[in-house]
Design a protein around this ligand. Structure first.
Ligand code: ZN
Ligand code: FE
Length: 251
């Protein structure tokens, strides 16, 4: 578990999922992003005397929504913010949103980005930088550290467009990916692009981080532009080929 000065915390759950907690600037209110399960999230909030004000979902997969019903039993007043187009697959929504929408939550403004590819109605939440804070991106299973989500419901064209949209955000943006897949992604990437020195260096750093049992999240937009072969794919065809290679890779 890791607390950062910039008021986002990460709770590791299940095998390799992360649930993120966004703290308000004042008071005891918090929001959580993609609660896969409830118990550890509820315990984490209660230990710190925090009240859950909102649940944000990036997409409908169970490891991103599974904890919501139980959290809502404990905090029935919490808002549930998710893709309006996925109302059937993401229940309990109190505020349906779509790409281009802007929200105010816990004193921060949040931009909703449409990032299809992994699922048809996948969204991401972007918090622009404020004084003393580099900004945050909650990208679910679209962008992973050195990877991207599998194309379950989208095309390589859609994923390419989604990743380019995220790569256009400010380079210092903290990127909160929903799974700890970084080491495997980089081992694949170092075979796919063996001459990329930035990938080799990041792999060595990440191996040390994981040996220490630490999270490799958050990443940054700058780091992904340097080392993520899906972000670096020059077009949808190159992304399609790399996604196929990674799908078959058993490192
Ligand atoms: Zn997913
Ligand atoms: Fe997932």
């Amino acid at each position: 578990m890791q607390e950062t000065a910039n008021r986002v915390s990460l709770i590791p759950v299940l095998h390799d999922n992360y649930v993120f907690v966004l703290h308000g600037d004042a008071g005891r209110q918090a929001a959580v992003v993609d609660p896969a399960v409830a118990e550890p999230v509820q315990a984490w909030l209660e230990q710190r005397g925090l009240e859950l004000a909102a649940i944000l979902h990036t997409h409908h997969h169970h490891d991103h929504i599974g904890g919501a019903p139980q959290l809502l039993e404990r905090w029935p007043q919490a808002e549930v913010i998710a893709s309006r187009a996925d109302q059937e697959r993401i229940p309990h929504q109190t505020r349906g949103v779509a790409g281009g929408d802007q929200l105010e939550l816990l004193g921060r403004s949040i931009q909703v980005l449409s990032v299809p590819g992994h699922t048809a109605h996948h969204i991401a939440f972007y918090l622009p930088p404020t004084a003393g804070d580099d900004g945050h991106l909650f990208c679910g299973d679209t962008l992973f550290a050195a990877g991207c989500g599998r194309l379950f419901e989208g095309t390589p064209e859609q994923m390419h467009h989604s990743l380019q949209q995220l790569a256009a955000l400010p380079e210092a943006t903290q990127v909160w990916c929903a799974h700890e897949y970084t080491e495997g992604n980089l081992r694949w990437a170092s075979q796919e692009d063996p001459t990329n020195q930035a990938i080799a260096e990041r792999l060595a750093a990440v191996e040390a981080t994981r040996r220490g049992g630490e999270a490799t999240i958050p990443s940054t937009v700058a780091l992904e532009k340097a080392t993520n072969l899906f972000v670096r794919a020059k077009d949808a065809e190159e992304l399609r080929r790399r996604r196929g290679s990674k799908d078959l890779w058993r490192g």
